[in-house]
Design a protein around this ligand. Structure first.
Ligand code: 13P
Length: 254
């Protein structure tokens, strides 16, 4: 099996002011000095917190990401930000196609694809989110939904070995609900996603792509999830808001 470095990512969603982000990112840095040697750690605050968070993370090895971006480089797109803007704030990662973006803001597979292409072109690592709703799972459509989201989202995206896209499997029914997919359910989905990736980029690269699990990841369940062979990390919402909790997630292997 390829040697995939774990990635533990905080998605702070629409929480925290710049001062709070600075304070909490500083605490996380303090509490993850050991973990950062063996695990990639990422914090994705809101756009307005990027600069202050970057200051808190400076020199720490903890990476900064944004939660979204537009695919165009600049232009008349009120309320949007571009890849070069988030890069200038210190981002190296960008979360794309989160289910909340798809559900509440009308993001489509096509839009996710355009953003992913633009992110890779700009030198950012995209974290492309995929996942089925409860209804889709109950109808037995989980794999079809994942196949479509992966194939469409990654269409024509170059797989550069030094900047491989990251995928995040986030079953919508497990986000913020306290319902976690069982490690076996998550593993099944991850394995399926990796098999799909193999069709797109070949076995070697597919084996190097990190697939994160997201959906009610907590200090109490991360250990079991991370034991699964195709789970390479976590994308964490609620439990990332409290620095001690997020640090304990990043410290899962310590
Ligand atoms: P929760 O960890 O709050 O379930 O959120 C998961 C998520 O959406 C991360 O992107």
């Amino acid at each position: 099996m390829a040697d995939r470095r774990p990635l533990i990512a905080a998605n702070w969603k629409m929480h925290k002011t710049p001062d709070e982000a600075f304070r909490d990112a500083s605490s996380i840095v303090e509490m993850t000095q050991q973990a950062v040697k063996t695990v990639d750690i990422l914090i994705a605050p809101s756009f307005v917190c990027l600069e202050r968070t970057a200051k808190a993370l400076s020199g720490s090895g903890v990476a900064l990401g944004s939660q979204n971006m537009h695919w165009e480089a600049y232009g008349a797109y009120t309320g949007e930000v571009s890849a070069s803007m988030i890069l200038a704030c210190g981002c190296t990662f960008v979360i794309l196609g989160h289910s909340e973006r798809r559900q509440y803001f009308g993001e489509t597979d096509k839009g996710v694809n355009l953003k992913t292409l633009a992110a890779v072109e700009a030198g950012l690592v995209p974290v492309v989110c995929v996942g089925e709703s409860l209804k889709e799972r109950e109808k037995g459509e989980t794999f079809n939904v994942l196949d479509r989201q992966v194939q469409e989202g990654l269409k024509n995206v170059p797989f550069k070995p030094d900047r491989l896209p990251v995928l995040a499997y986030e079953p919508i029914w497990a986000i913020g609900t306290g319902l976690t997919a069982t490690p076996e359910q998550a593993q099944q989905a991850h394995e399926h996603i990796r098999a799909g990736l193999e069709q797109i980029c070949g076995k070697t690269l597919a084996n190097s792509v990190r697939i994160l699990y997201g959906g009610s990841v907590k200090p109490a369940n991360i250990g079991q999830l991370m034991q699964m062979p195709d789970i390479d990390g976590a994308l964490v919402g609620g439990a990332s808001l409290e620095p001690a909790d997020f640090a304990s997630l990043a410290n899962f292997g310590q």
